[in-house]
Design a protein around this ligand. Structure first.
Ligand SMILES: [Zn+2]
Length: 241
């Protein structure tokens, strides 16, 4: 029994309805969650799992695609509630997830502080406060490019740096599904690269998309945007180089 569920986690932020799409992979031995929402999203994700008939008390692993606060925000809460789960990330992102080094997103926000107009300063300060509130967590298993595991019918780790240097995507071989984290997003029904403002290295981000052409992909799951199936190869060629 290998199953893949895309959770649709809806929430409201500043009066706007938004959605994120964490993924759950399952087989008889493992239940793996890929990315875990903003801080305080544990209950929302649990509720979404229940709607899909999934009991998260069987969770064995949490893979974090990168250390942005909407992807690792509730990791510490998950570990507290489900202490047996192993936390997995790339070697590069481990130091930011564990707090050994300051979050790159926070460094980015701080670095543009003095360039901001007065009216932008308050929202920037709030953003930095939110980033600082993210609880760090020890990573149990470090992931490398090309790592293959037999969990849930077989998955492969693909390093897809750019949005962040330690960003990874997960390829599910059996179903030819790529879970792309923030390497790709869906905007206006079109596959696209994540907001350049939040992509730390645009050249690398495009190279990462080009690299995905090496994989036979039938379906993409974007954390922001959900499932994408139309003309994947053509879209990847358009975005990557
Ligand atoms: Zn991100």
């Amino acid at each position: 029994m290998n199953k893949l569920n895309v959770l649709k986690v809806e929430f409201e932020f500043n009066g706007i309805i938004d959605v994120i799409y964490p993924v759950i992979l399952r087989d008889d031995n493992d239940m793996i969650l890929i990315d875990c929402g903003y801080p305080n999203f544990l209950t929302l994700i649990e509720e979404s799992a229940i709607k899909n008939g999934i009991d998260l008390s069987k969770l064995t692993k949490l893979i974090i695609t990168h250390h942005d606060f909407d992807h690792m925000g509730s990791a510490a809460d998950f570990k507290r509630k489900y202490p047996n789960i192993k936390i997995l990330s790339s070697i590069i992102d481990e130091k930011y997830i564990s707090g050994k080094e300051k979050s790159l997103r926070l460094q980015q926000a701080e670095s543009i502080d003095d360039k901001l107009a007065e009216e932008q300063r308050e929202s920037s300060m709030n953003f930095q406060k939110t980033l600082k509130s993210v609880e760090n967590i020890e990573v149990d298993i470090l992931l490398n490019d090309g790592d293959k595991f037999d969990w849930c019918g077989g998955i492969e780790i693909i390093e897809t740096p750019g949005h962040m240097p330690g960003h990874i995507s997960i390829y599910v071989k059996e179903s030819k599904i790529l879970i792309s984290g923030d390497a790709l997003v869906i905007e206006d029904n079109k596959l696209s690269i994540a907001n350049p403002h939040y992509t730390l290295d645009m050249k690398k981000a495009r190279e990462s998309i080009h690299k995905l052409l090496n994989y036979n992909i039938d379906k993409l799951v974007c954390y922001h945007g959900g499932i994408y199936t139309e003309e994947i190869k053509t879209s990847l060629k358009r975005i990557g180089f």
